[in-house]
Design a protein around this ligand. Structure first.
Ligand code: OGA
Ligand code: NI
Length: 321
């Protein structure tokens, strides 16, 4: 697990969203589009309220600190795999991994917070009481910032600003709170294994304790996040929709032995009814489709069954020539 010590923050593009609606708008949107081709960037002045970021992180931390018996009431279930998941609950906790998390100590909680399905019921935990209202408000703000990025990407593809959003509408926005407890002599540190996200795009809040690693030119490099920044990455769906112009990037994350770590990954995901495939307007004789078309709901089912698989899901749709 030796990550390269090279400082990725020297390379990771930083985008300042301030002025996205002013005269600088065109410049900023062009920068965003360029960074999306890279696959990963950090965004500052993103419009998401700083105190809300703190409060939502605190609420997740408080939940993860609850006794196992309380957390177990929310064990992952149902078609959306929502709830709390810990490798500790596996029949054989010494197993190297359960698809989503490695080793004994890592846990996460996943919820579709803004669902387009009117019948969807949110099983966000009752405790801490601040969690539900805080995460709801947080996701609304994150969704808006995500749609700003998607608009810039649509324009970069020569499409109308709302195009990518419309291709996958009505989108869901979900959040995965990851908890990496402190590593101790008898507590092996947990990790999230190498994967690319299935989403269109992901906003990751992890600005306090480093631990995220990105696969860049076949090397794993660690990201040092800027305070109050979000780390934005492209998901598999956008790689397919953009016919490979925007790239999802493999990443993984670890805890450590000096500080516990909480990260919040907010996924902008297509409607389950959406067809995922290259947007037709960007195809022509010189640019034939490089990916097959698939139903997003079906892709998601396979993902929940198989777990993390590097860039396996996007590769499975790749048309080999
Ligand atoms: C994820 C993820 C990274 C982290 O939840 O999809 O990549 O830093 N998390 O926890
Ligand atoms: Ni991820």
């Amino acid at each position: 697990m030796t990550a390269d010590t090279m400082k990725l923050e020297d390379e990771l593009p930083v985008i300042d969203f301030a002025g996205i609606r002013g005269p600088e708008s065109k410049n900023i949107r062009e920068k965003i589009a360029k960074a999306c081709e890279w696959g990963f960037f950090q965004v500052i002045n993103h419009g998401i309220d700083a105190s809300l970021m703190e409060r939502v992180e605190e609420a997740y931390k408080e939940f993860f600190h609850l006794p196992v018996e309380e957390k177990q009431k929310y064990t992952t279930e149902g078609a959306d795999y929502e709830g709390w998941c810990s490798a500790k609950l596996e029949p054989n906790p010494d197993e190297e991994e359960n698809g989503f998390i490695n080793r004994k100590t890592c846990e996460f909680m996943y919820h579709v917070v803004l669902s387009a399905d009117p019948n969807h019921t949110r099983r966000v935990p009752k405790y801490p009481t601040a969690l539900r209202p805080t995460v709801l408000e947080y996701m609304k703000q994150v969704k808006e910032a995500e749609e700003n990025v998607l608009a810039a990407m649509s324009e970069a593809l020569g499409l109308e600003a709302g195009s990518l959003r419309k291709c996958v509408a009505p989108a869901d926005v979900s959040i995965r709170g990851n908890f990496y407890p402190l590593q101790t002599a008898d507590n092996i540190v947990g990790s999230v294994p190498g994967h690319s996200d299935m989403s269109m795009i992901t906003f990751l809040q992890a600005d306090k304790v480093p631990g995220l690693e990105i696969k860049k030119d076949d090397r794993w490099v660690r990201v040092k996040p800027l305070p109050k920044a979000f780390i934005v990455n492209m998901g598999d769906c956008i790689e397919v929709l953009s016919n490979g112009r925007f790239r999802s990037v493999e990443h993984r994350a670890y805890g450590n032995d000096t500080q516990e770590r909480v990260s919040l990954a907010s996924f902008y995901v297509p409607s389950k009814a959406a067809t995922i495939g290259p947007v037709e307007e960007i195809l022509d004789e010189l640019h034939p489709p490089r990916f097959r078309y698939a139903n997003y709901g079906d892709l998601l089912k396979t993902f929940f069954k198989k777990g993390a698989d590097g860039k396996g899901y996007v590769e499975a749709l790749h048309i080999k020539t």
